[in-house]
Design a protein around this ligand. Structure first.
Ligand code: NAD
Length: 501
């Protein structure tokens, strides 16, 4: 597989400078398609976190960023989008080499990252407050102000896109940021930091630090000069983030895991539903929080739907993720690969019926990478581990159902509530289910999508807060109320009492 790249050193971005770790230590990053080392990245210390946070603090408290007009901020965010587009191919290749994502998906992620910066550039001038009618001679208004320094921690499954989702709205609202990418996939976030600088965003406004989550991610959550934490990752890590942030009462927003249902009724366009369901589980090799991992098939169509689905899933082309023809790449790491195969064994031992995959592919060219075949389990029940826990790989659980009430109950029987898809031509049923399913993102006759215009986030243990759209600006601003006395009578509370008593 011709994917080896020269081993490069990547430094962090702190206060507008590219810097090594204060300890001089680095860690290796690999290509998931071959497990070859492709780079060395600075391994930050707590001291580096402190340096980055203080730089962001200074940039917020004293720097030009907060004093810029919305138009001036917008111009710079738009420039970020332009530079990303100019470097689309280079960034996409790096994303693929570092994450294993197929090149077609990397190109989409890079394009969507540019769109995200452009979208929030257009909103800098629309972060406004309210005037509030008062019961008295008072004038009352609110303003939305940035929190200040935002600590942002992102996962490895959409490296540049998650960084863009975090940085763009935070900056649009006038905050400064310290972002920590996942240790497997830090390169494109580091490059995005440099692009921000090149686009004229002042030094110290965007800082990117790299290193182990349980050390430097934790240090970021505990730092007293950080005002807000925005985290995307596993639900278990989210719990830890909440604990770590409690000491300083940080504002915390969380985008966490999912176990999203995908429900097919007999009256759906079944061919479209098969094709959409394939995308909903196997895109990004199943490593998406919104993956529709539980396929609920009405019993009357179960056999023929599944036969078609398994046939098509079995023809998904695994291969070199840099090849335009490849349809599924490797998982991010050997560890993730083992985790997924462990879930496969568990499912078998708990009685699920394996219909496809369940192992690493046999092709000699794929042996060095973290590939797992598209995997389909049938006759899964709610009690099985595979129906309850997030696998985060190309593994689908198929669960038959009989009635609408039953499928609603099954779909909601999870600690998660991120997404759900409903395939039916019955418009009343579609909207009934959209209302009854407890999840933040419902798609009807469409697999799964998260454009910047639409809010995104989870019910239940899938998160706190909504990213994207205008809603995310609520996570990056706080409301200040201002009241003005209008009465011609001077205010004199103690003068109400007669003198001398
Ligand atoms: P993870 O929770 O292991 O790591 C996420 C980030 O947190 C990484 O940068 C990691 O270094 C850091 N981290 C780990 N421990 C930490 C700690 N104790 N304190 C502070 N930071 C810490 O998740 P992952 O394996 O990188 O990503 C996969 C998970 O992300 C899945 O559960 C997936 O569902 C979730 N995800 C959710 C969304 C969403 O928007 N809801 C989007 C993408 C991924």
């Amino acid at each position: 597989m011709a994917v080896s790249a020269e081993v490069k050193e990547y430094q962090m971005l702190i206060d507008g400078k590219l810097v090594p770790s204060s300890s001089g230590e680095t860690f290796e990053i690999c290509n998931p398609a071959t497990n070859e080392v492709i780079g060395r990245v600075a391994k930050a210390t707590r001291e580096d976190v402190d340096r980055a946070v203080r730089a962001a603090r200074r940039a917020f408290d004293e720097g030009p960023w907060g004093r810029m007009t919305p138009n001036e901020r917008a111009k710079r965010l738009r420039r970020v989008a332009e530079i990303i587009r100019e470097r689309q191919e280079e960034l996409s290749r790096i994303e693929t080499i570092n994450s294993g994502k197929i090149i077609v998906e990397s190109r989409a992620d890079v394009a969507n990252s540019a769109n995200c910066f452009e979208y929030y550039a257009n909103l800098t001038g629309q972060i406004w407050g309210e005037t509030i009618p008062m019961n008295g001679p008072l004038f009352d208004y609110t303003v939305r102000e940035p929190y200040g320094v935002c600590g942002q921690i992102v996962p490895w499954n959409f490296p540049i896109l998650m960084a863009a989702w975090k940085i763009a709205p935070a900056l649009a609202a006038g905050n400064t940021v310290v972002l920590k990418p996942a240790s497997y996939t830090p390169i494109t976030a580091l490059l995005l930091g440099r692009i921000c600088l090149e686009a004229g965003i002042p030094e110290g406004v965007v800082n990117i630090i790299t290193g182990p989550g349980n050390e430097i991610g934790a240090a970021l959550c505990e730092h007293p000069l950080v005002d807000k934490i925005a985290f995307t990752g596993e639900t278990e890590t989210g719990r830890e983030i909440l604990r770590l942030s409690a000491g300083t009462i940080k504002k915390v927003s969380l985008e966490l895991g999912g176990k999203s249902p995908n429900i097919v009724f007999p009256d759906a366009d079944l061919e479209e539903a098969v094709n959409g369901s394939l995308f909903a589980i196997f895109s990004n090799a199943g490593q998406r929080c919104t993956a529709r991992t539980r396929l609920f098939l009405h019993r009357s169509i179960h056999d023929r739907f599944l036969a078609d689905f398994v046939d098509k899933a079995g023809r998904i082309r695994l291969g070199d993720p840099l090849d335009d023809q490849t349809q599924m790449g490797p998982l991010v790491s050997p560890r993730q690969c083992q985790r997924v195969l462990h879930y496969v064994e568990r499912a078998k031992s708990e009685g699920a019926v394996l219909r496809l995959g369940g192992k690493k592919p046999e092709a000699p060219a794929l042996q060095r990478g973290n590939f797992v075949e598209p995997t389909v389990f049938d006759q899964v029940t709610q009690q099985m581990t595979i129906a309850r826990e997030e696998v985060f790989g190309p593994v689908l659980s198929v669960i038959p159902f009989e009635s609408e009430d039953e499928v609603v109950q099954l779909a909601n029987d999870t600690i998660y509530g991120l997404g759900a898809t409903i395939w039916t031509k019955d418009i009343k049923r579609a909207h009934r289910l959209a209302s009854r399913i407890r999840a933040g993102n419902i798609s009807i006759n469409y697999p799964v999508i998260n454009p910047p215009e639409a809010p995104f986030g989870g019910y239940k243990q899938s998160g706190i807060g909504r990213e994207l759209s205008r809603h995310v600006l609520d996570l990056y601003t706080q409301v200040k109320n201002v009241v003005v006395g209008l009465s011609e009578e001077p205010f004199d509370w103690y003068g109400r009492w007669p003198a001398g008593r």
